[in-house]
Write a new protein. Structure first.
Length: 163
């Protein structure tokens, strides 16, 4: 046991090094195959995603998109306290309802006649700014001599111009 080759026991070091090399090669190959081509082009995301999002069709048109076909609602709304609330916020995106180029109706536009629509913004909540008009629904309706029904708000308020 005296004249032993000093390298005799280094075999497992070489094996470990070989394994490490294999892992590194696998990582490099994996990156080559799985990391998208345009990754990092502009930042820490896939560069091509920008173009893909830009190519999506535009679905919202703003209040002006409704005016040519609903001038009465448009005028009433623009002159009232709900002017800052976009038509499409209460209804839906114009693209689902009308073809703006052909100027024709494509499908029904949602009309939500329940009071949940109004409560979404006006139900009293401590987290809302105190300056925003908010009500305790039950108290408010009874106080004004109304009945608490699923569409109570519409008995007294017009959604397009509530006052
Ligand atoms: C605060 C929410 C809200 C906003 C903002 C709003 N609407 Fe409405 N809209 C309603 C509700 C609710 C009804 C149903 C009213 C009813 O049944 O008395 C309605 C009804 C309508 C109707 C008639 C449908 C029917 O069957 O009576 C049209 C047309 C319409 N809205 C267009 C518009 C346009 C155009 C705008 C923007 C200029 C707009 N709305 C903004 C909530 C809203
Ligand atoms: C190219 C014309 C056109 C445009 C633009 C248009 N509408 Fe309409 N809309 C119609 C027609 C036609 C009807 C059915 C007749 C009616 O109620 O006046 C209708 C009906 C509606 C109705 C009643 C429910 C229904 O589908 O019948 C609502 C609510 C409505 N539109 C909201 C809107 C809103 C909000 C916009 C804008 C985001 C808009 N519309 C843009 C043509 C249009
Ligand atoms: C998307 C949010 C939103 C929805 C939904 C909404 N409102 Fe409003 N409402 C507003 C905003 C914003 C104002 C303007 C607040 C201001 O002037 O500070 C307003 C103002 C009002 C006012 C006048 C309050 C005042 O003291 O000036 C009334 C009344 C009202 N809304 C009733 C309703 C009714 C009824 C509905 C349901 C048909 C409704 N709102 C749905 C956002 C909303
Ligand atoms: C019976 C009639 C009646 C009904 C129903 C009714 N309101 Fe009112 N609402 C009024 C009157 C009148 C006022 C103005 C006096 C006041 O502030 O109470 C008013 C005021 C408001 C205000 C402004 C409050 C403020 O502090 O500035 C909001 C917001 C409002 N209503 C939302 C609603 C909502 C949402 C509903 C449905 C849950 C509803 N109202 C149902 C009659 C009614």
């Amino acid at each position: 046991m005296t004249s032993e080759n000093p390298l005799a026991h280094s075999k497992h070091v070489f094996r470990a090094a070989l394994l490490l090399l294999a892992v590194v090669v696998a990582l490099i190959l994996g990156r080559l195959f799985f990391v998208p081509e345009t990754w990092g082009e502009y930042g820490f995301y896939r560069g091509a995603a920008v173009g893909e999002h830009r190519a999506e069709p535009v679905r919202f048109g703003g209040d002006e998109a409704c005016e040519p076909c609903h001038d009465a609602e448009y005028a009433e709304h623009a002159a009232g306290v709900h002017a800052p609330v976009r038509c499409e916020l209460c209804h839906g995106p114009v693209a689902l309802h009308a073809d703006l180029e052909e100027g024709e109706k494509l499908a029904e536009m949602p009309v939500r006649r329940g009071r949940e629509l109004c409560e979404l913004c006006h139900r009293a909540q401590a987290a809302r700014p105190a300056s925003f008009p908010q009500i305790d629904v039950r108290e408010h309706v009874l106080e004004n001599g109304g009945e608490v029904t699923p569409d109570a708000c519409f008995d007294c308020h017009d959604p397009h111009s509530p006052y």
